[in-house]
Design a binder for this molecule. Structure first.
Ligand code: 9WN
Length: 439
């Protein structure tokens, strides 16, 4: 591709291809439904050239919000999809829960809460200001109910930190961060209901989670559905995967701050959201900081111990301005080293997992490949602290990888080869965001 205009057109064409009439598929074959954090990232691209569609993307997701406030990680397209996906609605069986939405089929777990950030972004770049204020009014109570549910259901010790109980909730499904916790789940054959994967018919097995990962994923869903997605029972019965995740909580801090701004714009009280933001930021700083390695790390609540695995997500608190300057400097020293990617190295910044970790892989999903959404978060985080050379390097990758390799889901951190699904929506939408914002 030769110029920005052509790149722009190509990115819009990906989103157009994936548009269903009411929401955008992450990619046509592998993920043929609506995903929660994908939709937030996708709306941020639409915001620059199609306000109505940006609003519709988020509206569709929240139409499937549960009665208790949770926003499901998948909303199944039961209207015009003919592609298979596992696990589908028959497996999730959400209508065991009295809180499931009556008119939608969804999953029963959540994904990182980027939605208030996306709603504010749509408002900020809106072409029609009056209409965008109405959108803020429409979304505000739904976003508030979503955050309220997170704190009431997933912070049982009242620490200001949300825990997740499925790797899919992190968005970084097979990150080495979860290896130890998953290996400690003792599965016997009768623990795992029968299932057939669809993903391996579409993508090479070396680029996807392993069978033992999937056995655990399926077992954990079965654990939850047997308890009717009742969070209190899930916690009290000791689901054996409970993690306080850095990225999830960081995005919640930023989302709370953005929700406070939305409240201010429409004459509502901003205080509860500011106070949630500050509590969670303080808890991240107290509990999830690794002072030896200068990176934030997840906490395994089930085994009551820190998870010593260094993912790129460990730098994400920069996005929500959580570390002070001194910490931020020490983090950048770590990021800007051969353990991730030194600024002078001839490789693509930045791998999703430390290159010196024994679990690192160039091709396997969240175990090393470069992801555009992670670069987008870190690009902004580094900009907040004035680390422009590194920030620019990440920003350039968001533009160069799709233009030279195509709109893939993830990329080889050395040679840039595209992996996973082609025509991936957030690769396109976040590229559009970067291009429009540099104009
Ligand atoms: C399970 C849709 C989603 C992303 C996740 C990514 C992948 C699903 C899967 O695809 O997860 O939710 O089937 O592998 O890991 O981040 O939201 O793009």
């Amino acid at each position: 591709m030769t110029n920005t205009q052509q790149l722009d057109q190509a990115a819009m064409a990906v989103l157009e291809k994936n548009w269903t009439g009411f929401s955008t598929k992450p990619t046509p074959a592998l993920y043929p439904h609506q995903w929660s954090w994908d939709s937030a990232f996708i709306a941020m691209g639409y915001a620059h050239y199609n306000q109505a569609r940006a609003e519709q993307e988020l509206r569709s997701l929240f139409d499937a919000q549960w009665l208790d406030g949770r926003v499901p990680h998948i909303v199944f397209n039961t209207i015009n999809n003919d592609r298979p996906y596992f696990p589908g609605p028959d497996f999730w069986q959400i209508h065991r829960s009295p809180d499931a939405p009556p008119d939608h089929q969804t999953s029963g777990i959540v994904q990182p809460p980027v939605h208030a950030t996306a709603v504010l972004h749509v408002y900020k770049y809106a072409q029609d200001r009056t209409r965008s204020l109405a959108f803020l009014r429409e979304m505000f109570p739904k976003l508030a109910a979503w955050h309220r549910w997170l704190y009431s259901a997933l912070d049982p010790l009242n620490e200001g930190l949300i825990y997740i109980h499925h790797p899919w909730s992190s968005g970084q499904d097979n990150s080495p961060m979860w290896d130890r916790a998953l290996q400690r789940i003792e599965l016997t054959p009768d623990h795992v209901p029968e299932y057939t994967r669809v993903d391996l018919t579409l993508v090479d097995a070396d680029e996807r989670p392993t069978k033992s990962d999937y056995d655990c994923y399926v077992y954990l869903v079965d654990f939850m559905r047997q308890r009717d997605y009742d969070e209190q029972r899930i916690y009290e019965d000791g689901i054996p995967f409970m993690v306080q995740d850095v990225l999830f909580n960081t995005l919640l801090v930023q989302a709370n701050r953005d929700l406070a701004l939305i409240a201010g714009l429409i004459g509502e009280d901003a205080e509860p959201y500011l106070s949630w933001a500050e509590n969670t930021a303080a808890a991240i700083n107290d509990k999830l900081w690794d002072p030896v390695n200068h990176i934030y790390i997840d906490y395994d609540l089930y085994h009551d111990e820190p998870i010593h695995a260094h993912a790129l997500a460990g730098f994400s608190p920069l996005f929500a301005r959580i570390p002070d300057e001194e910490r931020a400097y020490s983090m950048v020293d770590y990021l800007n080293s051969s353990r991730f990617c030194h600024i002078d190295e001839a490789m693509i910044a930045a791998p999703s997992y430390t290159r010196v970790g024994s679990a690192f892989s160039h091709s396997r999903y969240w175990r090393g490949p470069v992801w555009i959404n992670m670069n987008w978060l870190l690009w902004q985080g580094l900009t907040h602290y004035d680390f422009s050379p590194y920030a620019n390097r990440l920003r350039n990758t968001i533009v160069e990888l799709p233009s030279t390799r195509g709109f893939y889901e993830y990329f080889h951190p050395v040679n840039g080869r595209g992996y996973g699904a082609p025509d991936f929506s957030w690769t396109a939408s976040l590229l559009l965001d970067v291009l429009y914002r540099s104009e």
